[in-house]
Design a protein around this ligand. Structure first.
Ligand code: ADP
Length: 177
């Protein structure tokens, strides 16, 4: 019997978007088991706590039909060590644009140097999601914009709760108009 193919999809997921969900669905067709690894990333100053980010991915996954089992775990260690602990063969990353490429290329090369057994697989962002980023979604939500087309419903709910549901941006200082 051959060993199961285990993939790890790491990221901040602060919060998970439809772009991430698309990568999860597609990656689940390539492996026997997928682990969505949510990085603590405290130095990035995440908006949602690790527990919240993990719970939002789990909630979003409930509505999905996936080709293989998907687990969501938090992690706070070197990615290749996490991959080794979980017997993963591949790290999955999404590529949106040329701007993602340099960072991703460097990270994949570093990880390959740290552990030559773990391969990084890149999935091209889908046309309809390539412009979505967690950062812009948070920015839009903060300013009272509509984010329903960018994130799973549970995330839209969590962001609305954070910022209030109003169409108008919250009034701050002396800025008008
Ligand atoms: P990180 O902080 O590790 O970049 P992110 O949560 O921002 O974490 O992204 C995790 C992975 O998902 C990265 O490989 C990123 O390029 C990819 N990704 C983010 N948004 C999208 C999207 N809209 N479509 C496809 N891949 C995406």
């Amino acid at each position: 019997m051959t060993a199961p193919r285990i993939g790890i999809y790491p990221g901040s997921f602060d919060p998970v978007t439809l772009g991430h969900m698309d990568i999860i669905a597609r990656a689940s067709r390539l492996v026997d088991q997928l682990i969505v690894a949510v990085a603590v990333n405290q130095d990035k100053g995440p908006m949602f706590s690790l527990t919240e980010r993990v719970a939002l991915v789990e909630q979003a996954l409930q509505a999905e039909k996936l080709a293989s089992p998907v687990k969501v775990l938090g992690f706070d260690q070197l990615l290749v060590n996490f991959a080794r602990t979980h017997h993963a063969n591949a790290i999955v990353r999404g590529l949106r644009a040329v701007s993602d490429f340099e960072y991703e290329f460097q990270m994949a090369a570093m990880n390959a140097r740290l552990d030559s057994q773990v391969e990084t697989i890149f999935l091209m962002a889908a046309d309809r999601y390539h412009f979505i980023s967690s950062r812009f979604v948070k920015e839009i939500a903060k300013l009272g914009g509509k984010i329903d087309g960018f994130v799973p419903p549970c995330v839209a709910g969590a962001l609305h709760q954070r910022y209030g549901k109003g169409d108008k941006p919250p009034v701050t200082g002396a800025i008008n108009g």
